[in-house]
Design a protein around this ligand. Structure first.
Ligand code: GDP
Length: 412
């Protein structure tokens, strides 16, 4: 029996990046640290864990699944693979629409490149709240000021530093957290030890206070408490700042910038903290609306609760050596059970779900039920293709019409 879900502790996120910015290494680092911090088995809500691909374990942790679940600080993070395609494909669109938030990764030595503009516009189009990660801060030419400038100019984005670097290029030794006013200092060459958390070294303090004030003043445009604090010169607490930043990220008013190097343990744990602190949970977003398809289904809304009628979108189909086709689905509302029949609205067919799986980096977990907000892989469908809506037989809804919108993005 599943434990009750606390959806506020779910983060369904993707990592978006142009080719070579470091999406793969960042994803692997995330799985590495979250895997270490939370051993599978302690959290099992399901009934069984099967061996995941053996060669995968031998190679180490990599994402081979369209969605991988993991944990960080008591939060479930579902990492959804976002294809890093240059072109605007339906596959990219589909994976974007099932995300609640994203980390946009940039190469800190290159700033905004034509391909990162494409990825950014895709996220804008699907209203994906995001935080930015300037990766490769250790690389020759890494320049966070150049990056923020190019994000402002080329992406027309309201961005602000949430962290500042300590040292640059090969002497990049840590980051200053502008929200909590503390420093994270890396352990050189030791990727297993978490960074040392200290007070801000004196030589960085003036800059830290200056940039913190810049962040506060930017947020004051969207937050009354901070606006009052700025006007009356009052101190802003960490909680007030976090609260305002979270709201601004969720509403896509401001995108905070974090920094690091995914090569080693540089900036990944603070980045994970930021995912938990600032990116939305399924509950923070408006209910999803179904579209009307004449003669097939009326429009409607579903709330992200386990109690509402079931609905979900199949966003990716993968072939699995053990069970055949795996249909990755984002559940938007309600609950599904193994063995249950559901309606595939667009195909106008009944489908039966014979297995529900939750994919971990090196394991999979079989569930009896799954509910709103979750990303699962189901088995047993006969007619589904990507983009199909599955729903309660007695409460039909469709999230996508037959025709997918035409691409609007072209490469610069
Ligand atoms: P992806 O194409 O976005 O998935 O990028 P990868 O993760 O495969 O990385 C692209 C290249 O950049 C690889 O050669 C990595 O070794 C390198 N790389 C990734 N992260 C860093 C970093 O933090 N610093 C430096 N110097 N190189 C990095």
């Amino acid at each position: 029996m599943s434990t009750p879900l606390d959806l506020s502790k779910y983060r369904n996120i993707g990592i978006m990046a142009h080719i070579d910015a470091g999406k793969t290494t960042t994803s692997e680092r995330i799985l590495y640290y979250t895997g270490r911090s939370h051993k599978l088995g302690e959290v099992h809500e399901g009934t069984a864990t099967m061996d995941w691909m053996v060669q995968e374990q031998e190679r180490g942790i990599t994402i081979t699944s369209a969605a991988t679940t993991t944990f960080w600080k008591d939060h479930r993070i579902n990492l959804i693979d976002t294809p890093g395609h240059v072109d605007f494909t339906v596959e990219v669109e589909r994976s974007l629409r099932v995300l609640d938030g994203a980390i946009a990764v940039f190469d800190a030595a290159n700033g905004v490149e034509p391909q990162s503009e494409t990825v950014w516009r895709q996220a804008e189009r699907y209203h994906v709240p995001r935080i930015a990660f300037l990766n490769k801060m250790d690389k020759v030419g890494a320049d966070h000021e150049m990056c923020i400038q190019s994000m402002r100019e080329k992406l027309n984005a309201n961005v602000a530093f949430a962290q500042l670097p300590m040292g640059a290029e090969s002497s990049f030794k840590g980051v200053i957290d502008l929200i909590e006013l503390k420093a994270y200092i890396w352990h050189t060459d030791d990727k297993d030890t978490p960074p040392k958390v200290t007070d801000i070294p004196a030589e960085y303090l003036d800059d830290a206070l200056l940039y913190r004030q810049e962040l506060i003043e930017n947020l004051a445009d969207f937050d009354d408490t901070l606006a009052e604090a700025v006007l009356s010169d009052a101190k802003v607490t960490v909680e007030q700042l976090k609260h305002a930043l979270r709201n601004a990220v969720v509403a896509i008013k401001l995108i905070p910038i974090f920094l690091g190097s995914s090569f080693r343990n540089k900036g990944i744990q603070p980045l994970l903290d930021a995912v938990v602190d600032f990116l939305p949970s399924p509950l923070d977003l408006p209910p999803v609306e179904g579209v009307e398809i004449e003669g097939v289904v009326k429009s409607g809304k579903r709330s992200p609760t386990a109690e509402d009628s079931f609905s979900g979108i199949v966003f990716k189909i993968m072939t699995d050596p053990f069970v055949g086709a795996l249909f990755f689905m984002r559940i938007y509302s309600g609950t599904i059970k193994t063995g249950e029949a559901v309606l595939n609205t667009l195909k106008n067919k009944k489908e039966r779900i014979t297995k529900i799986l939750r994919m971990h980096a090196n394991d999979r977990e079989e569930l009896q039920t799954a509910s709103a907000g979750e990303i699962v892989a189901v088995v047993g469908l006969k007619f589904a293709t990507t983009g199909d809506t599955l729903c309660d037989i007695h409460a039909p809804i469709a999230y996508e019409s037959m025709k997918f919108p035409d691409p609007v993005i072209s490469l610069a």
